[in-house]
Design a protein around this ligand. Structure first.
Ligand code: ADP
Length: 464
């Protein structure tokens, strides 16, 4: 129990269910103190040149890269993903620090003529101010650096609240930030129960921006709370990614792409393939190839050699996957790979392929967030585009075809922020990541990512 705090909470290893750490649940007063520290740190940090901030971020990048193996193991222990994927997440997470270290040097304003000859328009870019990041458990490192990188580059300060399932990665990143020379108060991590400390983060008037990655349901709530003090908000919310496999696609490429888009992170990804529409002529061939590959995936604890599918985050996640499969099979779908809790028990679930899935089933309407691929048969392009868009979500979609005209037409018609074309891998630091509809607001990464942390100030300069 920390002084003045509200007790403690435990973190467990999803592979075993064993408790691996006990951390303080901070009180709202303690969280307020970290917001106030971020506010006090703001003038000095934002007054540094972009080049000076860049050097600090670059040192943070170097330290994360140097300690990649330790960080990856921490991720496996608290989150469960296979070690090879945890290593890849650290490379991905570090890439945002490197990228935004560079972008810090490129913040620039504008000067141009006003309609009056004696007057100039001068536009400055200024940091938004104190920011809050609220992050999920599925990518415990990357979801933090993707926010803290651009925030610190822009001259903002930030308080991070990591998911309570995965706070250890966040604390390790903060330790490395401190060693890199990030001044006290510029980046803080607060741990605790969202219901207790959330209102302080979303309600404190000193906080000027909330950047959230998580479910649409929680995102809506945070937006409502942030509205009371008119905070700036960036939201990366849920998805229900459709995959469209046309009969002119290269089948092996499509199988590979779908495996990547689904089974990365054991299916626990907001851009994960949630429903796969396959054109009639290649449906059976595609389903057979996919079932064979899926059945061969190695399931086990993330630290074990060769493991490709880890445990799910908690037992509620296992129940949701089982419920989606049960609803589908009760309504006529068939299991052609996996289908049940894995023999290892606990939170391990067999990678699964379902065929004869129909559009109205629960599994195509809700985000499953687990290792299940439901295959729906389709005939016509118009029909499949309508099905793909029949959702409140609009994060990612994937399409497989060799026809260039169809590629442009379908990519334009899909109501999502991102479209993978003949690939299941779309995330990287140079591309703008984000959704439309109820999948979110704003973009992370790319040359646009820093804009989320900058405000424009316009000076009408008479006589300039
Ligand atoms: P997931 O479904 O990935 O667990 P959530 O949307 O439930 O995603 O949670 C994402 C993050 O939002 C976590 O850090 C969680 O603790 C936090 N969170 C959940 N509810 C609230 C809330 N009411 N206020 C502030 N943060 C919250």
């Amino acid at each position: 129990m920390t002084e003045g705090g509200s007790g403690s909470f435990t973190v467990d290893d999803p592979a075993t269910g064993h408790v691996i750490a006990k951390l303080p649940s901070l009180s709202p007063e303690q969280v307020r103190a970290s917001v106030e520290a971020a506010h006090r740190a703001l003038p000095e940090w934002s007054a540094r040149s972009g080049n000076e901030r860049s050097q600090v971020l670059r040192r943070w990048f170097d330290l994360v890269s140097e300690h990649a193996e330790d960080l990856a193991r921490i991720i496996v222990l608290e989150q469960g993903k296979p070690l090879t994927e945890a290593r890849a997440e650290i490379v991905y997470a570090a890439s945002f620090l490197e990228w935004f270290a560079e972008e810090a040097k490129r913040i620039r304003g504008e000067i141009f003529d006003s309609p009056r000859a004696s007057n100039r328009v001068v536009v400055l870019q200024e940091p938004v101010g104190v920011c809050v990041a609220i992050t999920p458990w599925n990518f415990p490192a990357a979801m933090i650096t993707r926010k803290a990188g651009p925030a610190l580059a822009a001259g903002c300060t930030m308080v991070v609240k990591p998911a309570s399932q995965t706070p250890l990665t966040a604390l390790a990143l903060a330790e490395l930030a401190e060693r890199a020379g990030v001044p006290a108060g510029v980046l803080s991590v607060v741990t605790g129960r969202a219901s207790e400390i959330g209102p302080e983060l979303t309600g404190n008037p000193l906080v000027r921006k909330i950047s959230f990655t998580g479910s649409t349901e929680v995102g809506r709530r945070l937006l409502q709370e942030a509205a009371l003090t008119v905070k700036n908000a960036s939201m990366e919310l849920g998805g229900n990614a459709p995959v469209l496999v046309f009969d002119d696609a290269d089948v092996p490429t499509a199988v590979e792409g779908v495996l990547t888009a689904k089974f990365r992170n054991t299916g626990e990804s907001c851009i994960g393939a949630n429903r796969v529409y396959v054109q009639d002529r290649i449906y059976d061939e595609f389903a057979a190839a996919l079932a064979e590959r899926t059945g061969a995936l190695k399931v086990g604890p993330g630290l074990q050699d060769g493991v490709q599918i880890g445990p799910l985050i908690d037992s509620a996640a296992v129940e949701k996957v089982a419920e989606h499969i049960a609803d589908a099979t009760e309504n006529g779908a068939r299991v052609v790979a996996g289908g049940s809790v894995h023999g290892l028990g606990g939170r391990f679930f067999e990678p699964t392929v379902l065929v004869d899935v129909a559009p109205g089933m629960l599994i195509t309407r809700e985000e499953t967030f687990g290792p299940v691929l439901p295959l729906v048969r389709f005939d016509h392009e118009d029909q499949v585009v309508a099905w793909a868009n029949d959702t409140e979500f609009g994060l990612a979609a994937y399409l497989f075809t060799k026809d260039a005209e169809r590629t442009w037409r379908v990519a334009a018609a899909l109501e999502t922020g991102m479209v993978g074309i003949n690939t299941g891998l779309i995330s990287n630091e140079v591309a703008p990541f984000g959704g439309i509809k109820q999948s979110g607001l704003g973009r992370e990464g790319s040359v646009h990512g820093i804009d989320e942390y900058l405000e424009l100030k316009y000076l009408a300069w008479e006589g300039a």
